[in-house]
Design a protein around this ligand. Structure first.
Ligand SMILES: Cc1ncc(COP(=O)(O)O)c(C=O)c1O
Length: 414
């Protein structure tokens, strides 16, 4: 093959339906242009939701110990169980699903929630119909497109064909209007939601489970931010009676333990969940995991176990509280300017409303005036228009500086 020669392989048509300029590359490009224009400005990055605080020592030392053991004859381990180490699966079932009837055999350890969203999509296949919260984490829609569940993007509505967008906004307390939501096979749901920061109340989750049961749908519940819940809202869909027949839950150590780089998560597929022909979904998921995944890193899993020990959890709670306090600093800064901001209480994000404005315009405006990088809400779906997501992952100094700039510079130019 010489340079410029093309293969004879047609491009996957589903990939052609994905939108080009994906959110974060576009943000990075605008950030770069800004840095060229203001080479001396000190940029504050409150865009991408990546953790910043060091992982507590009790957890990293467990990982170090496991890593060093690999250099010994006694401690060396090769492949582990594809579903994860039994000890960790048992610890997750005990620590995260106490009194919910989740068995350790229903817990599948993974290398993170993002990968599991795609594995669950592979499990469900391309023929199912799908609903997503609007706005929501883009991986639900993008993986639906890649699988072929969803069609082309329509510029007018800013929606992909064959996806039901369940609008979540202040008027409905960021919870979908289920009475007017058409039936779909699959309902993606995320609580606390990224980006809105809204945690569904018990009664809202009961409605969702009831809706799925009445329609014979499957809920794919993403609880990646459940550790941030501070107001008593359920941390798992399985707190709701009847959820085990209609829900899968995907979760992560990323935002809970700063494992965004370490990579560890899990998915619960209950034994009670079955397809229309009565076949148990857990058997198919086990097959997917064995085929497409060979188990999470044993070093990461040792870290996961330490996270779930009483001392590990105590240390992590402090970090989570720290991020939540950061988020409240941001929420308060916007509110002091008379700009309505949501989130913070149950999440590491502020979701800020600029009625009547395009979210990319507000993004540009704030970048220009304060040198702060945020995320335009429309990147999370059409329902994110008029909003910005501002991440509270960062040190305290950064949050205070961002808050100061917003209060002085932004207010001054407003
Ligand atoms: C809602 C939600 N789910 C899943 C993920 C991915 O998590 P992980 O790092 O475990 O892949 C993210 C990451 O930002 C997220 O916001």
């Amino acid at each position: 093959m010489h340079a410029g020669q093309r293969s004879k392989v047609p491009r996957n048509v589903n990939m052609e339906n994905l939108r080009g300029g994906y959110l974060f590359p576009e943000i990075a490009m605008r950030e770069l242009e800004h840095a060229r224009k203001y080479p001396h400005a000190k940029l504050i990055r409150l865009g991408i939701g990546d953790t910043t605080e060091p992982i507590p020592h009790i957890i990293t030392s467990a990982m170090a110990e496991q890593a060093l053991a690999l250099s010994t004859v006694r401690g060396y381990r090769g492949y582990g169980d594809e579903q994860g180490n039994q000890e960790l699966r048992m610890a997750i079932a005990r620590a995260m699903y106490k009194d919910m009837g989740v068995k350790w055999e229903e817990v599948f350890v993974s290398d993170g929630a993002q990968c599991d969203i795609s594995r669950v999509q592979m499990l469900l296949g391309s023929r199912v119909t799908v609903a997503v919260p609007d706005p929501s984490f883009p991986a639900y829609v993008d993986s639906s497109i890649i699988l072929g569940q969803a069609g082309k993007f329509e510029e007018e509505t800013r929606k992909h064909q064959n996806i039901v967008y369940m609008r979540c906004y202040p008027d409905n307390n960021f919870f979908p209007d289920l009475e007017n939501t058409p039936r779909t096979d699959i309902i993606f749901f995320c609580s606390p939601n990224n980006p809105t920061g809204a945690a569904a109340t018990r009664s809202q989750l009961e409605q969702l489970v009831e809706f799925a049961r009445a329609n014979g749908s499957i809920i794919v519940h993403d609880s990646a931010y459940s550790a941030y819940i501070s107001d008593g809202s359920p941390r798992s869909i399985f707190e709701i009676p009847g959820a085990k027949e209609v829900a899968i839950e995907i979760s992560s150590f990323s935002k809970f333990a700063g494992f965004t780089g370490v990579r560890l998560g899990w998915t619960v597929v209950p034994e009670e969940l079955s397809y229309s022909n009565g076949f148990p979904a857990i058997k198919d998921f086990n097959r997917i995991v064995c085929t497409c995944f060979n188990g999470a890193s044993n070093i990461a899993q040792a870290g996961g176990l330490a996270c779930l020990s009483p001392d590990g959890r105590q240390a992590l709670n402090k970090v989570i509280e720290f991020y939540r306090d950061n988020a409240m600093i941001l929420v308060d800064a916007f509110e002091s300017l008379g700009i309505k901001a949501y989130g913070g209480k149950n999440s590491p994000y502020a979701w800020v409303h600029f009625p009547g404005s395009s979210s990319w315009d507000v993004f540009d405006d704030i970048l220009e005036k304060t040198h702060i990088v945020t995320v335009p809400g429309v990147g999370f779906g059409p329902g994110g228009e008029e909003y910005l997501r501002v991440s509270a992952f960062g040190n305290r100094e950064t949050m205070l500086e961002a808050s100061k700039r917003l209060k002085t510079l932004y207010n001054h130019f407003k």
